[in-house]
Design a protein around this ligand. Structure first.
Ligand SMILES: Cc1ncc(COP(=O)(O)O)c(C=O)c1O
Length: 383
C-alpha cells in the first residue's frame, strides 16, 4: 500500500468557528480569569450529570488533589484504585501520604474488576476510585453497593467520560464525587481543565475554598463594582481555578459533545469492522451491562509483534499512537514505596505489554480508519 504523506496523529482537538468566536468574545470582554463563564460551564455539568454542584478547575489532577485534601485523606489511609490508570491518581494519593491499593482489571474492557474490591478493603480503606476506562463505564452498581456497605467514598475518575452513561445515569451522577478532564485529547477540551461534580454541600464548600487559596469570596465578586477587595483565610488553599478564557472554549465544546461522541462511536465501529478478521490482535471489549460508551479511546492489544516494534512500524506508515497506560504499579517510585503492598495483578500484567491506542478523534475521516486497518494488516503480514 502507498504510505500517506501527512502524519495521522493519535488525537487532535476539534476546534471550529464557534469555539474561536466564544474565546475571542471572552478576550474582548475585559474579564478573562474565573468568572461568569466558568460558572456557566459548571451549570452545564450539573445539568449533564444531575449532580447538585460542579466545580470548574484547571485540571482533573487538581480535582483529585482537592478531593483527597478535602476528605482529609492522609497517612495511614488506603485508597482503592486500578493500577491501569493515569499516574496522576497515584501521584495524588502518594503526595497526600496515603497508600494506593491496586485492583486488577478485566482484560477485555480494561475496567476495574469489582469482584476483587471487597477482599482489598481493610479498616484503613477510605475511598474507591473507579475509572470509566476509555469511555466505558465502570460497574457502578456493584461498586456503589460495596462502598455503602463499608462506608467508603466513591471518587469516579470520569476523565474519559463526558457522555458516558451507565444504565441511563451519566458518569458523575451517582451521588458521590466525579472528576472530568478537559485535556486536549479528551472528548471535549478547554486546553487544560477539569470539573468536579458533587452532591455533598459541606464538601463542595470545602473544595471551593481550597480551589482558590482558601479565600471565601470569588475574585470576580471582590473586584466588581462596589466589591470589597479585602479577604481573610481560615485554611490555606491551592490555585486550581479555571479561567473564563478556557471556560469559553469549554462552553462551545460542550454544545457539541453529542455530535463529537457520535462521530467517535462511528469511527470505533469502523475500526471494529476493519480489524475484525485479524487474529493477531484483540479488539476492545465493551461491558455486558447497559451503557453508552463515550469512545474516548480505541485500544487494541497486539498479540503477535513486540509492541515497540509495532509502534515503530506504525510510525513508518505515518500513524500516531498512544499508550493508556503504563500500569502505575510498575512506576519506579511506586515499586520502591509500596512494593510490599502490591498483590497479584494478573490481567493488568497480561494486558500491559500489549495495549496500544489507535488514532481516534472526531475530525478523522472514515478513510483514515481504513488506512490504519490496512496498515496493521500489512505490518502483520510482514512481521
Ligand atoms: C484516567 C485519567 N485520570 C486522570 C487524568 C488527569 O487529567 P488532567 O490531565 O486533566 O489532570 C487523565 C488524563 O490524562 C486520565 O486519562
Amino acid at each position: 500500500m502507498k504510505i500517506r504523506e501527512e502524519f495521522l496523529p493519535f488525537s487532535r482537538p476539534s476546534i471550529g468557528e464557534a469555539e474561536i468566536n466564544k474565546v475571542v468574545t471572552c478576550l474582548k470582554s475585559g474579564w478573562i480569569t474565573t468568572g461568569a463563564l466558568s460558572q456557566e460551564f459548571e451549570e452545564k455539568f450539573c445539568a449533564l450529570t444531575a449532580a447538585k454542584d460542579a466545580i470548574a478547575l484547571n485540571s482533573a489532577t487538581a480535582g483529585m488533589h482537592l478531593t483527597l485534601s478535602a476528605l482529609n485523606i492522609g497517612a495511614g489511609d488506603e485508597i482503592i484504585t486500578p493500577s491501569l490508570t493515569f499516574a496522576s491518581t497515584v501521584n495524588m494519593i502518594a503526595l497526600r501520604g496515603a497508600t494506593p491499593v491496586f485492583i486488577d482489571v478485566d482484560y477485555g474492557t480494561l475496567n476495574m474488576n469489582p469482584e476483587l474490591i471487597e477482599e482489598a478493603i481493610t479498616p484503613r480503606t477510605k475511598a474507591i476510585i473507579p475509572v470509566h476506562f476509555a469511555g466505558a463505564p465502570a460497574d457502578m452498581d456493584k461498586i456503589n453497593k460495596l462502598a455503602q456497605k463499608h462506608n467508603l467514598i466513591v471518587i469516579e475518575d470520569a476523565a474519559h467520560a463526558v457522555g458516558t452513561y451507565y444504565k441511563g445515569i451519566s458518569a458523575g451522577g451517582f451521588g458521590n464525587i466525579a472528576i472530568f478532564s478537559f485535556h486536549p485529547i479528551k472528548n471535549i477540551t478547554t486546553g487544560e481543565g477539569g470539573m468536579i461534580t458533587i452532591s455533598d454541600p459541606l464538601l463542595t464548600k470545602k473544595i471551593r475554598l481550597l480551589r482558590f487559596h482558601g479565600i471565601e469570596r470569588d475574585a470576580w465578586k471582590r473586584y466588581g463594582k462596589g466589591g470589597n477587595p479585602a479577604y481573610d483565610i481560615a485554611e490555606p488553599g491551592y490555585k486550581y481555578n479555571l479561567p473564563d478564557m478556557l471556560a469559553a472554549l469549554g462552553l462551545a465544546q460542550f454544545e457539541r459533545w453529542p455530535e463529537l461522541n457520535h462521530r467517535r462511536a462511528h469511527l470505533a465501529e469502523l475500526y471494529n469492522e476493519g480489524l475484525a478478521e485479524i487474529s493477531d490482535i484483540d479488539l476492545p471489549q465493551i461491558p455486558a451491562y447497559e451503557h453508552t460508551h463515550a469512545w474516548h479511546l480505541y485500544i487494541i492489544k497486539m498479540l503477535k509483534l513486540d509492541r515497540e516494534k509495532f509502534m515503530n512500524k506504525l510510525a513508518e506508515y505515518n500513524i500516531g499512537y498512544g499508550l493508556h497506560f503504563p500500569p502505575t504499579h510498575l512506576l519506579k517510585y511506586v515499586q520502591e514505596k509500596y512494593r510490599a503492598k502490591i498483590g497479584p495483578l494478573r490481567e493488568t500484567d497480561r494486558a500491559a505489554g500489549k495495549i496500544i491506542s489507535l488514532p481516534l478523534f472526531p475530525d478523522m475521516q472514515d478513510d483514515d480508519v481504513q488506512y490504519v486497518c490496512d496498515a496493521i494488516k500489512e505490518i502483520l503480514s510482514h512481521g
